[in-house]
Design a protein around this ligand. Structure first.
Ligand code: AMP
Length: 320
């Protein structure tokens, strides 16, 4: 496994892999890896010859200085988990590598209008500009690839999808199902900051989503009624301060008055629990996110990843 800090080294490794016909899978992360991240890596490992993980706590997407100051950083453990998961390349850029002018923000940023504006975008001004900018940079550094994102950050995936499509970036996006704790709480790097009572109360988010799903299954088609069903669950937990609960169109993220097609509905929820802002979401229909079975790798000359890794190593030796 190669661990590189420079964009040039990351690009060279992935270009060399592609030159052997390999399909490259990219998993962008902010580290503090858990089962959610590892599910993305496993999917990339199953579908691609060469798997790259980026670990970068992107200062451009944090509005709250407290949030970035407390964001967990566990690089040694992350690298161990990447190695065990069969990752080929880990890109761990220092802030200066991504933003040479930092703390002065870059002059060039990427803004996605529409899908970025409501929900998390409204609660966290500038957040999605930071996300779109760093992901555009990671795509530029990684080159043509499949990129794996969690449905956990549903709006983020919508923003990245719009950005990649409208900027004609050579990246195929793959959305992966949400990995949860046994009690339903969506796995998140921030969960470690919850106290015991907060941790127990935090299950209100997934319980609220389950209540709305049950309402849809029972025939409810009013968006406001579904939102109210979610709010009612959260109201039973004094430690959970609701930010929003909404029934939205899964593509535009516009709030729905009436649900014409439950397959096109997405349930969104966010709340502050103690020091942590938690987000969660769900399709309305059970199992809707589990659809996509791993696809065979694309590429001119499919080869087992061990072969590709070895041949990349040889090529790099040759090119010095
Ligand atoms: P982060 O490190 O929080 O920026 O997350 C990196 C990637 O992992 C994003 O695409 C997230 O959506 C994804 N991810 C985080 N938590 C989960 C989870 N519980 N289930 C599935 N994907 C996740």
């Amino acid at each position: 496994m190669d661990v590189v800090e420079s964009a040039a080294a990351c690009r060279a490794l992935l270009d060399a892999a592609r030159s052997t016909g390999a399909c490259v899978g990219l998993v962008p992360t902010m580290g503090a890896l858990h089962e959610g991240h590892l599910s993305l890596v496993a999917r990339a490992r199953a579908e691609c010859h060469t798997v790259a993980v980026s670990i970068f706590v992107n200062p451009l997407q944090f509005g709250d200085p407290e949030d970035i100051a407390h964001y967990p950083r566990t690089l040694e453990d992350d690298l161990r988990q990447c190695k065990e998961a069969g990752v080929d390349v880990v890109f761990v850029p220092p802030v200066a590598e991504m933003y040479p002018t930092w703390p002065e923000p870059p002059a060039t940023t990427v803004s996605v209008h529409g899908v970025s504006e409501a929900w998390e975008g409204a609660s966290r001004p500038g957040h999605f500009d930071g996300v779109a900018t760093v992901v555009a940079k990671l795509f530029a550094i990684a080159g043509p690839c499949r990129a794996y994102f969690g449905l956990k950050d549903f709006q983020q995936l919508a923003v990245v999808r719009a950005m990649a499509t409208e900027l004609s970036l050579p990246v195929e996006l793959v959305g992966c199902p949400i990995v949860r704790e046994d009690d339903g709480l969506a796995r998140s790097s921030r969960n470690v900051r919850l106290g015991a009572d907060e941790r127990a109360a935090a299950t209100a988010l997934s319980r609220a989503l389950a209540a709305a799903r049950a309402a849809v299954a029972a025939g409810e088609r009013s968006g406001p009624a579904l939102a109210a069903a979610m709010r009612d669950v959260v109201a039973t937990e004094p430690l959970v301060h609701l930010s929003y609960a909404a029934a939205v169109d899964a593509t535009t993220l516009a709030e729905l008055e009436t649900v014409a097609d439950p397959a096109a509905l997405r349930l969104l929820i966010a709340a502050q629990v103690g020091p942590v802002r938690l987000i969660d979401n769900s399709a309305a229909l059970e199992g809707a996110d589990e659809d996509a079975a791993p696809r065979p790798p694309a590429g001119r000359t499919p080869a087992p990843s061990a072969y590709v890794t070895a041949s990349v190593a040889r090529q790099l030796e040759r090119t010095g």
